[in-house]
Design a protein around this ligand. Structure first.
Ligand SMILES: Nc1ncnc2c1ncn2[C@@H]1O[C@H](COP(=O)(O)OP(=O)(O)OP(=O)(O)O)[C@@H](O)[C@H]1O
Ligand SMILES: [Mg+2]
Length: 189
């Protein structure tokens, strides 16, 4: 079931013209930086978009220019874990890692403790309004959330067409607290 939804939504998302993708990503960026709890967050975990995900480079650049710290995930395929690294310069520090996702090159890895995060930006293939999420199917984010020793607010970033009626969630699926699309802010709590 999840796999069918993944394929369908990835297909639809792939058809969004790139001009519209940047426009929508920009609307999402502006909603995000307008949130009070974004403004007060200092250490922000952000994925680096690949393929047709909501672009996060505007957020990353904005944060760095405001002296907020940006922390990016690195995937460890063997254990299906996410490790964290502080990103200082997206133009210089990234290169294609596992699955082609941009990740810090070895010389630019700066480990960062998960418990010091203030906010987590979460990518996804599909979300429902309860915050449940379908990712690429490896459980990286579910394991990551499961291992946090303290609750940290999370926001899923998605285009409106990625919001579906109901994600067939499993017990290991961890919901996000908010979702931002180009049209709205969804409070899932
Ligand atoms: N905390 C966990 N501990 C162990 N296994 C887990 C945990 N969370 C998820 N898994 C397992 O990982 C596999 C993939 O999970 P799922 O289909 O939910 O991936 P996903 O959420 O789409 O992927 P991703 O988070 O990587 O984008 C499932 O077999 C699931 O049982
Ligand atoms: Mg999951």
């Amino acid at each position: 079931m999840k796999q069918r939804i993944r394929e369908e939504i990835l297909g639809l998302r792939g058809e969004i013209p790139s001009s519209q993708k940047s426009e929508h990503s920009h609307s999402i960026f502006q909603k995000l930086i307008g949130l009070d709890f974004f403004k007060t967050s200092q250490n922000i975990m952000a994925y680096v978009a690949f393929r047709n995900e909501v672009d996060t480079l505007p957020v990353i650049r904005h944060c760095l220019s405001e002296s907020k710290r940006i922390i990016v995930p690195m995937t460890v395929p063997k254990t299906r874990e996410l490790l964290l690294s502080e990103l200082k310069d997206p133009e210089r520090d990234l290169r294609p890692g596992t699955f082609g996702v941009p990740e810090p090159a070895p010389e630019f890895i700066r480990p960062f403790p998960a418990q010091d995060l203030d906010l987590i930006l979460v990518p996804g293939v599909a979300f429902d309004e309860q915050g449940f999420r379908i990712g690429y199917g490896a459980g990286y984010y579910d394991r990551f959330f499961d291992r946090l020793t303290r609750k940290i607010p999370s926001i899923g970033l998605a285009f409106e067409l990625q919001i579906i009626d109901r994600v067939p969630a499993e017990p290991t699926d961890q919901p996000v607290d908010f979702i931002i699309t180009e049209n709205r802010l969804i409070d899932c709590r």
